[in-house]
Design a binder for this molecule. Sequence first.
Ligand SMILES: Cc1ncc(COP(=O)(O)O)c(C=O)c1O
Length: 394
Amino acid sequence: MIHSFNPPARTLMGPGPADVHPRVLAALARPTIGHLDPAFVAMMDELKTLLRGAFRTDNALTMPVSAPGSAGMEICFVNLVEPGDTVVVCINGVFGSRMKENVERAGATAVVVEGTWGRAVDPEQVERTLAAHPEARILAFVHAETSTGACSDARALAEIARRHDCLTICDAVTSLGGSPLEVDAWGLDAVYSGSQKCLSCTPGLAPVTFSERALDKVRARTTKVNSWFLDLNLIMGYWSGEQKRSYHHTAPVNALYALHESLVMLTEEGIEQAWARHAHHHQALRAGLEALGLELIVPEAERLPQLNAVAVPAGIDEAEVRTRLLARYNLELGAGLGSLAGKVWRIGLMGYSSRPENILLCLGALGTELGALGHQTDTDAALAAARAVLLGTD
Ligand SMILES: Cc1ncc(COP(=O)(O)O)c(C=O)c1O
């Protein structure tokens, strides 16, 4: 006999999903109404306004795609890239490689700017590549590389792209709500994100925003978009403000209530205050990790506050530590991906997970278990270092 599923209560400090705020969980449980109900349509309009605030844009086409962050990536590529196009793709971790895959599946040529894992994309390398490929029409890059914890300079990359007459596709899955992102001020064209990271919402929705320049390229296509579900021309009929909404797909009604609530919370906190909270908590975690003798792999100036990739000390089995943390403390940390597998832990401080109690739990549990495995650590010193940052007495 299979019974109802009751998940264990975990603290999520991996690469996402992050802890979901109780207000967001409560919003999910509200009664389902029809997705063309006038009350729902009014909520959709609010959702678009709230998303524009989070992305810092006036772009009319700003909406959540009814699918995870990967669909946010895909909607940008299938609509903006046509067969025969050349797209410059920056790869400095797992998600840049997925962008390249998207370009090739769209029948275009990907010119890769090969970066170093754990480092930001190098703007000079991008400049040289775009100069060598005047036929390129798009520059694609990941703002916050979740696989390594590196933050690239999206403003500089957008500026270079504009000078070379290229549109930008920017992955902001991990940056939205967690670190500064200015879609309009930086001149980004197509930006996608995910609901499950710094927005404190459940997984499964992909906020996206498109500039008029990006939409002009979509309108000028000579070939049909090679996906029915993700064709912007059709989706706009459902999400656009002016005309009567037409049926496209059945919206994930309750999930959209949840996103609405998480964005209301972000507005209440203030986006700049949310960025500052992530930065402050990162400093507390960093101080504690350093007191434990652990090192972050990304150079300080290129670090994301919300994703901390920590080198696993020699002689320690990283999976064993994560297993102990989950079993004994209900605490989830992330493993390394790709070339960093087995070499790092990824500690997320995203959205509702970015709280003082999580930092102290993580440092206490990690220090205790490393000590139990024979690694010399001073857990009390780590907790004191983090507390000093949290209290502002460092
Ligand atoms: C930078 C980045 N891009 C894209 C994705 C894909 O998002 P999803 O897993 O929601 O499909 C993720 C997920 O972790 C991510 O971190």
